[in-house]
Structure formats: structure tokens, C-alpha cells
Design a protein around this ligand. Structure first.
Ligand SMILES: Nc1ncnc2c1ncn2[C@@H]1O[C@H](COP(=O)(O)OP(=O)(O)OP(=O)(O)O)[C@@H](O)[C@H]1O
Ligand SMILES: [Mg+2]
Length: 232
């Protein structure tokens, strides 16, 4: 039935890497509106390289990336972001010397979306941190700020690279709840090592190994049973 619908993001036979180094091989995937996709795989499998390529930070060697049915290969990252595909990087980089408010102002300036209240409905804790220098935030708070910045502009798709990395278990649980709310409005594609979280939120799981997608499942029972774990 999914085949009859048009995917929000369609990736076909994608090869990518760095200079002469080939990292991704023949990646094919579809992301449909409203889905939560989780991407799993060991360190070095190529998950971040895939996100960098999709978001326009790396130009693929070959292959096709269609976002909203438009080819985005060769587009600048800012063009891709403004067209509604946001990428939250793995290294939680914020402007450390600026306050949370100033960081949000930059994201609003870029997107012309000043509707912070909408974002605070997902991330209410951020409201009390507005005056704090972003460099002083805890890992969890920084992740919240990055998600808030990504949600400005009402993106159709947000790629999140290991949002739970380094977070305490109770914060991972908080973030899982945040994602369950955000997904009502935004399609999510998440690189995630925390498998219990994957079982709670994923509609579809892609397993990556050595730059290839080695398995995919959208069967809820297989996801709950962590069938994809054997490919890691
Ligand atoms: N800027 C770069 N230049 C050259 N090689 C790189 C670069 N970034 C990553 N690589 C290599 O590409 C391969 C895939 O790395 P990538 O960061 O995509 O993996 P990953 O699945 O995101 O791993 P992790 O789970 O540790 O974040 C690795 O072998 C890595 O050493
Ligand atoms: Mg990575």
C-alpha cells in the first residue's frame, strides 16, 4: 500500500564519502510523511555520512535524493533546510557565547518563523533557560535547544543524529515523550543507539553496516522484538 503513495524523501542507489574514500554504497530508502524512521548501526557504519549527504553537506558520488519530489543533489545545505529538511548534528554545536534566547533568535531570523510558543509546547523547560549562555547548558538542555531551533520554520522532516548520546536514562525517557509529541506535526528520521527508545517510537527501522543498508523492517512485532539487533 505504501508503494502507491509518494514518499516525502526518496533515496535511490546513493553512493557517498569523503574525497577518494567511499563510505556509502547503494543506499535506497523511502521516508513517508508522518513516519518515525530509526537508523541503527555500529560506530563507523556510515549513519552520519548518510545524514550529511541528505542534508547537502556532502555531495554524493552518484544516486538520487528527492525531497518533496524535487532533486536536491547539489543544493546548498541552507537551501535544503529552507525547503523543510532540517538536520540536527551529532556534535551538539550551539553558539556557546550566546544565550538560549539569542540562539533561538538566529534560527528565527533564518526561517522567518517567530512562533516560539509553538516550539515551547514541545519543550517547555527551555522557557526558563532563555537567559542562560548556551555554552553552560547540560547535554540534555543543549539537545532541547537544538531541537527547538530545528523546529522553527515548521520543517516537514527533521534528521536527528544520536539525540540521546550521553544522556542519562531519565532524560532519554523525557526525550522519547518529546518525540512522540513532535511526530504529530513533523516526520522524524533518527539515528539511535538506544534500542529501547527505538522500540517505543519507530515505525520503520533501517539497519546499516559498513556503509550499506543490510535490513529494514516496518513490522511492529519485529521492531518490538529487536529483530534488527542481529544485523548490528
Ligand atoms: N570527514 C571525514 N573524512 C574522512 N572520513 C570520514 C569523515 N567523517 C567520517 N569518516 C569515515 O567515514 C566512515 C563512516 O563514519 P560515520 O561518521 O558516517 O559513521 P557513524 O555510523 O555515524 O558512526 P558513529 O555511530 O560513531 O557516529 C568512518 O569510517 C569514518 O572514519
Ligand atoms: Mg555518527
Amino acid at each position: 500500500m505504501e508503494e502507491s503513495k509518494t514518499p516525502l524523501l526518496r533515496v535511490r542507489n546513493l553512493y557517498s564519502g569523503y574525497g577518494n574514500l567511499k563510505v556509502l554504497f547503494d543506499i535506497t530508502m523511502d521516508v513517508y510523511s508522518g513516519e518515525v524512521i530509526c537508523l541503527v548501526g555500529r560506530n563507523g557504519a556510515g549513519k552520519t555520512t548518510l545524514f550529511r549527504t541528505l542534508a547537502g553537506f556532502l555531495k554524493p558520488f552518484s544516486g538520487e535524493i528527492l525531497f518533496k519530489q524535487k532533486n536536491v543533489v547539489g543544493n546548498f545545505p541552507f537551501e535544503i533546510a529552507l525547503s523543510g529538511l532540517k538536520y540536527v548534528h551529532q556534535d551538539k554545536q550551539v553558539f556557546s557565547d550566546l544565550t538560549v534566547r539569542e540562539n533561538l533568535e538566529l534560527a528565527s531570523y533564518a526561517t522567518k518563523d517567530y512562533d516560539w510558543d509553538r516550539v515551547f509546547t514541545y519543550l517547555p523547560k527551555l522557557k526558563v533557560l532563555l537567559q542562560r549562555k548556551a555554552g553552560l547548558l547540560s547535554g540534555g538542555e543543549k539537545q532541547m535547544l537544538l531541537i527547538a531551533m530545528a523546529l522553527l520554520g515548521r520543517p516537514s522532516l527533521v534528521l536527528m543524529d544520536e539525540p540521546t548520546e550521553g544522556l542519562a536514562p531519565h532524560l532519554i525517557q523525557d526525550l522519547t515523550q518529546v518525540f512522540k509529541e513532535i511526530r504529530k506535526e513533523t516526520t522524524l528520521c533518527i539515528v539511535e543507539q538506544n534500542l529501547p527508545m527505538v522500540t517505543q517510537i519507530a515505525d520503520k527501522v533501517y539497519s546499516m553496516k559498513e556503509g550499506k543498508i543490510v535490513a529494514e523492517t516496518s513490522n511492529p512485532e519485529e521492531i518490538r522484538a529487536l529483530v534488527f539487533e542481529k544485523y548490528l
